[in-house]
Write a protein that binds this ligand. Structure first.
Ligand SMILES: Cc1cc2nc3c(=O)[nH]c(=O)nc-3n(C[C@H](O)[C@H](O)[C@H](O)COP(=O)(O)OP(=O)(O)OC[C@H]3O[C@@H](n4cnc5c(N)ncnc54)[C@H](O)[C@@H]3O)c2cc1C
Length: 449
């Protein structure tokens, strides 16, 4: 069958590209082997943030007593399992995603798509020939760390968690990255006894060390045990889970493994275009071109495993396919948010990355509890602003915003890093009083530039 474009995998980027190209009048086939929409709406961003929204509301209600000076105003929360059940039943088919694409003119083909040379894709024996080319958006699966015994146990990944209707009494989370941290805190706030086990020496490893300190302190205060630098010898399951660490054992009713993602690249036919089918990521240029008549978008490109990166890249591909001018892909100011409470928002380079890049780095800090808004907020006011500046160019190259709505405060900092706004210009801004973002003014002064 001849078409203009075939999209393999309809995660956020593939879905976006397919829709936009079909709306532009091209004939588009979208191939999906599971759920149209990919990880984000069903197993990832959206259901996890729905769970977190409920957990945060409970935590905020618990803070009411301390804020009002009346311990007795804390309400009875009711059965939290009801909330989980509602989330699961409201959100478990891909009709809305598939319908939106079909209304735009995309032909959806259900099955496993495999490249078969430039511009060719085979699905269940049918070959599709794409005159403009193929967009690969095959995404990721949860990775299984090589721990003795683990593979034989009924452990959870994010995919099982998003379907839960009942809470366990206790949970061990392997992995203290964004996904593990977010879910650990949410479960703890629902009343589950939670232990986070992280093999490196701090949680939230890719973020600034200050993030690990703030979130680690909050977790401990909320009763979450955090074990870092752990050596996990083996995992057993005998009704309950037992983790054998170097110096102790842990027991829990359930085990969640949130230890990274594995890209779906081994069986998509990359070798038919002369590319390495054993590679962990697909190399792309600034137009996301990966080979002859092949573009790649999303987590498989290794440029940030985020929905907004996948959609940003898809927009670049759409421009390239339609023969439009750029802008082409630029990753200087990728922003990301860990939706713990407080949220950890960050953009661009960490201090370490900036130093490793050879920049003359200066940093500026502001502690949120000492800001006017932090003082007003009281319970739950933990956080800080950290700025990373290139002293030679007088611009911010990275920033972290930890606090209530830290991800929202990040917007200003992301714009500054993206636009390379001079620090002198930022310092001359008005910062509304008493907002959380006003703490940025203090951090700018602390840069000493
Ligand atoms: C628990 C969790 C929380 C997250 N929270 C956030 C968040 O808050 N913010 C954020 O930005 N990101 C978040 N993410 C990451 C986000 O989900 C991904 O970055 C996002 O889904 C983009 O992925 P993608 O476009 O690469 O494709 P994916 O979403 O991985 O989709 C790929 C699709 O391709 C299909 N597929 C694969 N191979 C084939 C094939 N050969 N043929 C046909 N179909 C195929 C798959 O079935 C899948 O539907 C979260 C992830 C998880 C797991």
């Amino acid at each position: 069958m001849d078409v203009d474009v075939v999209v393999i995998g309809l995660g956020p980027g593939g879905e976006y590209a397919a829709q936009k190209l079909a709306e532009a009048g091209l004939s588009v086939v979208g191939v999906e082997k599971a759920l149209v929409g990919g990880e984000c709406p069903f197993y990832g961003c959206i259901p996890s943030k729905m769970i977190i929204r409920a957990a945060d509301a409970l935590a905020e209600a618990r803070r009411a007593g301390s804020l009002s000076g009346r311990a007795d105003v804390a309400p009875d929360y009711g059965p939290v399992a009801t909330r989980l059940d509602k989330q699961a039943t409201n959100h478990w088919n891909d009709d809305s995603h598939a319908t939106r694409l079909e209304e735009a003119g995309v032909e959806i083909v259900r099955g496993h798509g495999r490249l078969d040379g430039p511009g060719r894709v085979v699905v269940d024996g049918t070959t599709y020939v794409a005159s403009r080319g193929v967009i690969l958006n095959s995404g990721t699966e949860p990775a299984t760390p090589p721990i003795d015994g683990l593979a034989d146990t009924p452990y959870w990944t994010n995919r099982e968690v998003m379907r839960l209707t009942e809470l366990p009494a206790s949970l061990v989370v392997i992995g203290g990255g964004a996904i593990g941290a977010e879910l650990a805190q949410a479960f703890a706030r629902f009343g589950v006894r939670v232990t986070v086990v992280e093999v490196v020496d701090r949680i939230l490893g890719p973020e600034e060390p200050e993030a690990a300190r703030v979130i680690g302190d909050v977790f401990r205060a909320e009763g979450i045990e955090v074990i870092t630098g752990a050596e996990i010898g083996r995992v057993d399951h005998d009704g309950t889970f037992t983790l054998t660490l170097a110096d102790r054992t842990l027991e829990a009713e359930q085990l969640l493994v949130a230890a990274g993602r594995r890209t779906n690249l081994s069986d998509v036919g990359l070798e038919t275009l002369g590319l390495d089918s054993g590679a962990k990521v697909v190399e792309t240029d600034e137009r996301l071109r990966a080979g002859e008549r092949l573009w790649a978008v999303g987590d498989i490109t290794g440029k940030g495993a985020f929905t907004h990166v996948s959609m940003y890249q898809a927009a670049v591909v759409v421009r390239d396919v339609l023969g439009e001018d750029g802008p082409w892909a630029d990753y200087r100011a990728v922003s990301r948010v860990t939706f713990t409470d407080p949220e950890v928002g960050s953009v661009g380079m960490t201090e370490r990355q900036a130093r490793d890049a050879g920049l003359r780095v200066v940093t500026g800090h502001a502690d949120l509890p000492e800001s006017s808004r932090g003082w007003i907020h009281q319970a739950g006011n933990e956080g800080l602003i950290k700025l990373v500046a290139d002293a030679d160019r007088g611009i911010l190259v990275g920033a972290t915003s930890i606090g209530p709505s830290g991800g929202e405060v990040l917007g200003l900092l992301a714009a500054a890093v993206h636009a390379e706004t001079p620090v002198a210009t930022l310092r001359g801004m008005h910062f509304a009083y008493p907002t959380f973002h006003r703490a940025i003014e203090v951090a700018l002064a602390d840069l000493g530039l």
